[in-house]
Design a protein around this ligand. Structure first.
Ligand SMILES: Nc1ncnc2c1ncn2[C@@H]1O[C@H](COP(=O)(O)OP(=O)(O)OP(=O)(O)O)[C@@H](O)[C@H]1O
Length: 423
């Protein structure tokens, strides 16, 4: 199967104008950036803050694009490693050569810095701000933590608004047009409503439905969320676990997941090779998982549930920190084959229900009886005796779709008789 580009990347705003509904933030940011480019920055850093998926990083990228700047990016997890901060600081302090492109230093998710252990990271950033010759942009969902105060004081604070349902629908519609997708307005509204202003999650949902079902209807949106509540818990937990930046995050992703530990273990086991491609990472992850399994075995044998904490340690942080470097790993959060299968079985369930509804009044019995006692016999008749089956279909007013469902591989024969008799 060809690798699909996530739409959140494909449809990332290329120009500042493509970033929707953040006019005030855009204006403040551009003014600040231009003050830098003119050599007289009002503040050395800007701190863009607001809810997830509302366009903070998108605006930085779009502006870099338009102004021909290169983004040097650093993630919260790197803030702990001194050599990484120094590497960025060196880049930031270096003089612009005549031919080199200008840069924006982007420190994503600074609110990921937590606890006293990270005080050093805050000082390192403050040092970076002192020496930098390039604009430094930080992003955060929640910048109001006490420990971030020095960063707030040193930055121009730019607030981003939560996107409204209308904004989200507009972007989704645009994507549907580009993809030449058949989309019901009500379906897009429902996706937007569920996303609560997080455009990233809305676009991901749209892509999941489009790829799973080929069309975006209200029914499929509802089906997706029902499917998720049933089957999606492991995906969510895995995504959180594999992308955890801190040990406690990896542990809580697993211990708070809404599924039993053994099923979780199977899911992790299946997904290690998809999340990791470096053989050493894979080996380390399996090593951790097998330790979790050993503890689980002991619990089963001895009933000592106090060992459960070690199971979580190995399954969560053990597997998550098998990686050598941190990078956000995006994996499709559903398996398209499973969704397609679901779509197929849903249609199939509907046809079966339709047959039961058609026959129940004619045979003066309940739909349940039809499904349990009559349909199995009909299936035998439809696959063994096409001519007779066609007569039954005509007599009882079954549709062609119902005939196909009952006759399976013999559909064309039954349909040929059916059409002939109908004339
Ligand atoms: N205002 C917007 N206009 C257009 N597209 C947007 C907007 N906000 C988000 N998007 C889309 O959603 C995706 C995620 O957005 P982005 O990375 O900018 O969010 P963010 O605000 O930085 O979120 P987070 O705080 O979670 O990092 C983008 O790739 C883009 O396609």
């Amino acid at each position: 199967m060809p690798r699909r580009i996530p739409w959140i990347i494909k449809y990332r705003p290329k120009k500042i104008a493509d970033v929707v509904n953040q006019d005030k933030a855009k204006k403040q940011f551009i003014q600040w950036l231009e003050s830098w480019l003119k050599g007289k920055p009002s503040k050395k850093a800007a701190l863009l803050y607001g809810p997830a998926g509302c366009g903070k990083t998108s605006l930085v990228e779009a502006a870099a694009n338009e102004y021909g700047l290169e983004i040097v990016e650093m993630n919260a997890s790197d803030f702990r490693r001194r050599q990484d901060i120094e590497r960025i600081a060196k880049t930031a302090a270096s003089m612009r050569s005549l031919f080199a492109r200008g840069k924006i230093i982007l420190l994503d998710e600074v609110d990921g810095i937590s606890g006293t252990a990270d005080k050093g990271a805050i000082y390192a950033i403050l040092h970076l701000l002192e020496i930098t010759r390039y604009p430094v942009v930080m992003t955060a969902n929640n910048p109001w933590d006490q420990k971030l105060r020095p960063l707030r004081d040193a930055s121009l604070m730019i607030s981003f608004k939560r996107l409204t349902e209308r904004n989200v629908v507009i972007v989704l519609k645009r994507i549907c047009q580009f993809e030449k997708l058949e989309c019901e307005d009500a379906a897009l509204k429902e996706i937007a409503r569920r996303s609560e202003g997080d455009l990233r999650s809305a676009i991901n949902d749209l892509q999941a439905i489009a790829e799973g079902f080929g069309r975006v209807t209200l029914n499929w949106v509802r089906e997706l969320s029902a499917y998720r509540t049933r089957e999606y818990a492991p995906f969510e937990a895995l995504k959180k676990m594999f992308n955890a930046k801190y040990i406690f995050q990896a542990k809580s992703a697993i211990s708070q997941a809404n599924i039993d530990y053994e099923t979780m273990m199977i899911w992790i086991n299946e997904h290690i090779p998809t999340y990791y491609d470096d053989p050493e990472e894979i080996w380390r992850a399996y090593e951790a998982l097998s330790r979790a399994d050993v503890y689980m075995g002991r619990i089963r044998k001895t009933g000592s549930w106090d060992l459960l904490s070690y199971v979580f340690d190995m399954m969560g942080p053990g597997v998550a920190f098998a990686r050598k470097i941190y990078r956000y790993r995006w994996k499709p959060f559903r398996s398209p084959q499973r969704l397609q299968l679901l779509a197929h079985t849903k249609r199939s369930r509907e046809v079966r229900e339709g047959i039961a509804m058609t026959l129940a009044p004619r045979l003066i019995t309940s739909r349940t009886t039809i499904k349990r006692d009559v349909i199995p016999f009909l299936k035998i008749i439809f696959t063994q005796a096409p001519k007779y089956a066609a007569r039954i279909a005509l007599a009882y007013g079954l549709t062609e779709e119902m005939i196909k469902w009952l006759a399976g591989p013999k559909s064309s024969e039954v349909l040929a008789y059916y059409r002939r008799f109908k004339r």
